[in-house]
Ligand binder design. Structure first.
Ligand SMILES: [Zn+2]
Length: 295
């Protein structure tokens, strides 16, 4: 029987420079680093919330649950940020796609054995799936991404359909299980807890995410949207150097490892040093120039 749903790759961080074991890392300060980290935190939280919603409401799932959780997360993010300016929300969304592309690139470089048997799509597939949904929902802004290596033509032609299909699924979820009356809701049904972070990078990450209130915001949104059969906890924890996140059904808890957030921080630093190809695509350069450190 499966209890844990492990949602992120574990191997990469071991070979990252400046990752686990770094004695006194500075608090993340740069806007580009903070935004990348928080966008990926938001996606991770929503992905895990996808698992918990599937579990708690016993939703039927056709296809892979991991893929469903990815699609739910990015569609919710698109809806959440739709009223912001394109200059704000496009880099925010593409930071999530960029995270998966970077994971793949880092894995591809040292020729790590690929887990084709895994219940997660390969990182490069998760990247293309997410890009497809973002472009499908914002064709007016991102049409120029189509027919590039980031969204080949043969895939691009179905992105409008895929986006509408995912949006329809979200609408169905809300109309079927969302609470219409706020009276019946327990507004703190989903609570956030922070385990005392280890000194160094974990402590720096803790201070950043606690200040951002991203987890508290989404916990409150979840509490006010659904009536869950039992209390849910979201816990930030030290994970012995493993950059992971998972939903644990027996205890109704989502765990986010401080090390995963640190991993995101390391990824964006790598990305900025290896951005030549992405910077060469004008539309990506337009929205991501600062984040990717395009020259
Ligand atoms: Zn997952």
């Amino acid at each position: 029987m499966r209890y844990f749903i492990i949602c992120t790759a574990l191997v990469l961080s071991m070979s990252f420079p400046g990752q686990a074991g770094k004695p006194d890392s500075p608090v993340v300060k740069a806007d580009w680093e903070r935004d990348f980290l928080l966008a990926n935190l938001e996606f991770t939280l929503l992905h895990e919330f996808g698992h918990l919603i599937i579990e708690e409401f016993k939703l039927p799932v056709l296809g892979m649950e991991e893929d469903a959780a990815d699609r739910l997360a990015i569609i919710v993010m698109m809806r959440e940020h739709q009223h912001e300016s394109a200059a704000d929300f496009i880099p925010w969304l593409l930071s999530v796609a960029g995270g998966w592309y970077t994971e793949w690139e880092l894995k591809e470089g040292p020729k790590v054995k690929l887990d084709y048997w895994d219940n997660h799509n390969l990182e490069i597939q998760r990247f293309h799936n997410i890009v497809c949904l973002i472009v499908g929902g914002h064709t007016d802004l991102l049409e120029d991404v189509m027919d590039t290596e980031f969204l080949p033509f043969d895939r691009a032609v179905s992105c409008d359909y895929e986006y509408k299909q995912a949006r329809h699924a979200l609408n169905w979820l809300q109309s079927s299980y969302g609470q219409k009356s706020i009276v019946a809701l327990k507004m703190d049904a989903v609570k956030v807890f922070y385990k005392t972070p280890r000194e160094g990078e974990n402590k720096a990450i803790f201070e950043l995410i606690k200040t951002s209130q991203v987890a508290e915001k989404w916990a409150q949104k979840l509490s006010s949207s659904f009536k869950f059969p039992r209390p849910i906890s979201v816990e930030f924890d030290n994970c012995f150097g493993l950059p992971d996140a998972f939903w644990h059904a027996p205890t109704a808890s989502v765990t986010i490892c401080y090390e995963l957030l640190s991993h995101f921080s390391t990824m964006i630093k790598y990305r900025r040093e290896h951005s030549t190809r992405a910077c060469g695509i004008p539309i990506l350069r337009k929205y991501m120039k600062e984040l990717m450190s395009c020259t």
